[in-house]
Design a protein around this ligand. Structure first.
Ligand code: HEC
Length: 246
């Protein structure tokens, strides 16, 4: 009975065509429909907030210098990765990244959780001369990062990201929304009209490059590196299923 129908389907081009289209449509719908609800499919995670103005400029410099050619920012949910780098990356952790800097190659280690792993001094020394701290390193030297940071267009950069959906605030009403969502301290950093003031204040207070008097590209890049992977408190999200030996 079944065999008969099978043969009948295969020898009737019209029926075959309709059934093939039906199968592709169902498969397509299952794959594509969830993407229309992507806002809901990124699970919100406490602690994730958009970069401060200084960190944002640091991200630009990371991009401009092609760090992503050699470094990924994507810890996959495998035991070896979790053991080496920490908790696997969550979708929410890159929800404010436009574009994502996940990378596709690892000439060097993953950097998704590099924040706080080294001191600022180490980071600066390593960027100026990688082989002075890691003799076998093949990483290029970036001594020119100690040049002054251009940040006159920081407001426009934040506005562009705001247009892409990042909750940087342009109006007091949007600022009030951010205070509610992120708390007053972080909301202040996300308020576009104060961006320059905040950038200067963070660079001075953080003194990332060891030269408090000047704001350099190094300040911004190190501020960015030091925040990577530090927003979420992972002690609340156990990684057990991937790191435990069974
Ligand atoms: C040609 C490939 C290459 C490029 C480009 C590159 N790196 Fe690296 N990076 C490496 C390698 C290899 C290592 C491992 C050896 C070492 O620590 O120097 C590394 C290590 C690092 C580390 C230490 C990571 C850890 O967990 O120990 C940091 C931080 C880092 N790189 C940042 C950067 C930044 C920022 C840039 C862009 C300005 C950059 N790298 C560009 C290859 C690269």
């Amino acid at each position: 009975m079944f065999n008969f129908k099978h043969e009948w389907v295969e020898t009737n081009v019209g029926v075959m065509l309709v059934l093939v289209m039906l199968a592709i449509s169902v498969g397509g719908l299952v794959e594509i429909t969830p993407l229309f609800f992507i806002k809901n499919t990124v699970e919100p995670v406490k602690g994730v907030y958009p970069y401060t103005p200084l960190e944002l400029r640091g991200r630009d410099i990371y991009q401009a210098n092609g760090c992503f050619y050699c470094h990924s920012q994507m810890i996959r949910p495998f035991r070896d990765e979790a053991l080496r780098y920490g908790h696997y990356s969550l979708a929410a952790e890159s929800q404010y990244d436009h574009p994502f800097l996940w990378g596709s190659e690892r000439q060097g280690p993953d950097l998704a959780r590099v924040g706080g792993k080294y001191s600022n001094e180490w980071m600066v020394q390593h960027l100026i001369s990688p082989r002075s701290v890691v003799p076998e390193s093949i990483m290029p030297a970036f001594p020119f990062l100690e040049q002054p940071l251009a940040y006159n267009d920081i407001e426009q950069r934040m506005e562009a990201l705001r247009d892409a959906g990042v909750p940087y605030a342009l109006t007091p009403a949007e600022n009030a929304r951010n205070i509610k969502q992120f708390g007053p301290k972080i909301a202040e950093e996300l308020y576009i009209p104060d961006a320059k003031k905040n950038l200067i204040a963070q660079a001075r207070a953080g003194d990332y490059d060891g030269h408090p008097g000047q704001i350099t590209q190094m300040d911004a890049l190190v501020a960015y590196l030091q925040v990577l992977g530090t927003m979420v408190d992972f002690s609340k999200y156990p990684n057990d299923q991937f790191v435990q030996d069974r």
